[in-house]
Design a protein around this ligand. Structure first.
Ligand SMILES: C[S@@+](CC[C@H](N)C(=O)[O-])C[C@H]1O[C@@H](n2cnc3c(N)ncnc32)[C@H](O)[C@@H]1O
Length: 296
């Protein structure tokens, strides 16, 4: 994917993510921060800032300082404009700053900052009350990232990790060659399992359950967890939000992991799934987990 394609994909999945976040886990996260007049939160691997926007608009704390950390400069840049637009449209009055912007509405104030950095090398100037990581932990080594996050948090600070892939992609309707599709999906998962940062394994295709275990092993108190599956399913023959864009991208990603399978069979699979997408009949369910935990 080019950076422009990645921006389109991340924006298309933003509405899907909002629908998919586990409401009970979000409530536990919100309750952990409730009552504090000012809260500072870091969003690790912020991409185009979808989680920052969600927090700015849905947390009730009067004052929020939200920092997005993103390795790709073009994404960090896009995040500024997209977050500004979202808050402006929600009626916030903006004041631009060098590293982002401030926003005011009623008695509330938000500061959004964007840092172009590798999250595994980044260190904030001061500890914060919460760290978020949204569709991110499968890309990084879990134990090392948790140790880093722990160091950023004040005692009692919380980690809210959302939409962590947990090894389950199912397509509907059932494909005519079930074995072929099962093998293709196994290769798709394996590609995530083989991901390395340096020599280290990442959260991979079973990120959700591995992250849960890694939190327990490192002594975090898991306050709550639950599923946040993506339901990319047609409703009366049409798709919600920008789900069709996400589906097309996911089909391309799955096909891309089919190297070694018979090319004609792979192409036939892709064309049939695309035809079902265009006819509003394709469904895809992705199993994911949200977790919220308190620093040891
Ligand atoms: C799957 S995207 C998710 C983006 C965003 N959280 C969302 O869900 O819309 C993962 C993001 O993490 C960024 N990323 C990957 N490794 C990173 C690292 N070590 N430090 C900072 N950002 C990283 C990628 O550039 C990408 O934007």
């Amino acid at each position: 994917m080019t950076v422009d394609e990645l921006i389109l994909y991340l924006e298309a999945k933003a509405a899907l993510d909002r629908r998919s976040l586990n409401p009970h886990v979000f409530e536990i996260f919100r309750a952990a921060l409730a009552g504090a007049p000012e809260v500072e939160i870091i969003d690790l691997g912020t991409g185009t800032g979808a989680m920052l926007r969600h927090l700015a608009l849905h947390l009730a704390n009067p004052r929020l300082v939200l920092t997005g950390v993103e390795r790709e400069a073009a994404l960090a840049e896009a995040a500024v404009g997209l977050c500004r637009k979202a808050l402006e449209e929600a009626g916030w009055r903006l004041i631009l700053a060098e590293d982002g912007f401030e926003a005011r509405r009623g008695g509330c104030w938000r500061k959004l900052r964007f840092v172009n950095a590798d999250g595994l090398a980044f260190d904030p100037k001061a500890p914060c009350q919460a760290v978020c990581a949204h569709t991110f932990m499968d890309l990084v080594p879990l134990a090392r990232t948790l140790a880093k996050v722990k160091g950023w948090l004040v005692p009692g600070g919380v980690f809210y990790a959302t939409c962590n892939y947990d090894g389950g992609t199912a397509l509907f309707p059932a494909y005519s060659d079930l074995d072929f599709e099962a093998e293709l999906l196994a290769r798709y998962d394996r590609s995530m399992e083989l991901r390395r940062v340096g020599q280290e394994a990442t959260g991979g295709a079973l990120c959700g359950r591995r992250l849960h275990q890694a939190l327990l092993t490192a002594g975090w108190e898991v306050l709550g967890f639950g599923s946040s599956d993506w339901n990319l399913t047609p409703v009366r023959g049409g798709y919600r939000d920008a789900d069709a864009v996400v589906l097309e991208a996911l089909l391309a990603m799955i096909r891309g992991e089919g190297e070694g399978l018979e090319e004609r069979a792979l192409e036939a699979w892709h064309q049939e799934r695309l035809a079902q997408l265009r006819a509003g009949r394709l469904g895809l369910i992705v199993h994911q987990l949200d977790l919220v935990a308190v620093r040891p």
